[in-house]
Each structure stands twice: as structure tokens, then as C-alpha cells.
Design a protein around this ligand. Sequence first.
Ligand code: BTN
Length: 287
Amino acid sequence: MINESMMDNLDIDWIKNRLKINGINICTLYYAETGSTNEDAAREIKKMDFLKNALDGILVIADKQNSGRGRKGRSFFSPEGTGLYMSLAVPYSEELIKTVKVTSIAAVAVAEAIDELIFENKNVTGIKWVNDIYIYEKKICGILTEAFMPEKERAGGVVIGIGINVYEPLCGIPNDLKNKAGYILTKEAGEINILKYEHGLRNSLAVSIIRKLLGYIRINENYYDIYKQKSILIGKYVYINSYKDDNNNETALVMDIDPECRLAVQYDDGSIEALSSGEVSVVKKQM
Ligand code: BTN
């Protein structure tokens, strides 16, 4: 029987303390409901001095977002109680925002944490360049990173926004997302799963992701090999959706992920390009 105390409620103090034990000092904000945690984190950067407060980061977590934001101005479906919606702001660094580094690091941290905590270290997650996480051909996590340059009177920051569909939403998945979006655990699997974690899955996931993320940022640990090994695009034909033109239907074959985590593609005319930004979608019928 599952009682109230076993429910997977978010507990920001527990997250903060767990991170502290691991030598990570963050300031935290929790909302039962907010617009977008990325916007909240961006606002906090303006008020906070990372250096003066010896802070590794500012973490904003919400149980529900009313205007969760995705890439390319899209919205991110963020229903109550079943997802993990969080934004971690870290001090600004040119090195971090270079090419796709910070987004690739975040993707690896999330994918590894999910494999370890939920799938007993089996390699279940895949990364769709740049930073979508897939399980069983459905997207279960999106990441939106935004950089804020330092200005005269204040330090800048980089906001890493992570949205994970942990459990099947109680309200179901909207029709327009059904073919693409998924979740990690069904309602039934979620109920069994709740008993496995000392303090709930969502809290444990948050701690694990932040530890890994800051680890990769701090000591520049090798994340590239994992990123490449988890890539679900190598060898596939994709449509190149450039930022300029959403309806661009040019196709290319994905040859490789290079050490900068750029996508190396070959066009039909034989030319090769290393993409460092943009978005691609898999051609359903592979040629
Ligand atoms: C995408 O899939 O295009 C990126 C989605 C990013 C969603 C997360 S949820 C937490 C944070 N707050 C937001 O408004 N967006 C990010």
C-alpha cells in the first residue's frame, strides 16, 4: 500500500542538503507552480553574485509550469506532479557556451542519471542531437540552455533548463504530442517504483543530474565518448531544419559526431558539413 509519505513529492531542502554533502553549494527556489523555471533562474542571476556567495549554482524547480519554454520558441508541456522541471544557473564562461558544449554536457548528465537510477545501469536512453533524450523512440526530455553575458554591474550566467517527463501525466499527453513525446514510467510502473527510492525518484534524479552536470563542467571530464555512444542519429538520414527556414526539407546522411559534439553530415551532392547549431529530424523511411 502506498501512503502519502511515500509519494514522489519534490523536496528542495533535501536536494540542497544532498548536494551540500557532495561539496556542492547552491541556492534554491521551489515553486508548486510557475511560468517557466528558465525565466525564474534568469531573473535570479541578475540579483545574485556567484563569487561573493561562493555559489556553484542557482537551482529553480517547479512541480508545474504554465508557460514552459522549449527551443525555437515552442512551448514545453509541463503538467503537475509527474515531471521534473528545473533550471540550473551557473556562472558565465565563454568556454562553456562555445559551440554546443553546455547542451551536450547536460544531455549526457541527464541520460546517465536516468540509466543509473531507473534502469539499473542498462543503456536505455539515447541522445538525439543536440540535446533531446529518447527512450523507446519517444522524447522524454528536452533541454533549453540560455546564456546571459556579464554586464557592467553584474556577473552573467548560463541557465540550463531541463524538462523530464518522469511519469505518465495524469491528464494524458495532448494529441499533438502523442506521436513524439513519451514518459519514462507508466502509472503502474511508477507506483511500484516509488518504493525503490529513499526520498522519491524525482528528488534523487535532480541530485544525480546536478552532480554529474557540475562534475563535467568543473573538471572537464570526458563526456564526448558517452555523447557519441548514445547518439541515435549516426548512420541515419535526416532533414536539416535550419534556424532560418523551418520548412527546409534538405536531407543528409549523419556520418559522425565530432569531438566538439557537432553533427557531421553528408549531403546528396557529396559535400560534408559539421553542424554546430540547428535541429534535425529523422527521415521516417530511411533511404
Ligand atoms: C525543448 O525540448 O525544446 C526544450 C525544453 C526545455 C524545457 C525545460 S523545463 C525547465 C525549463 N523551463 C523552461 O521553460 N524550459 C526548460
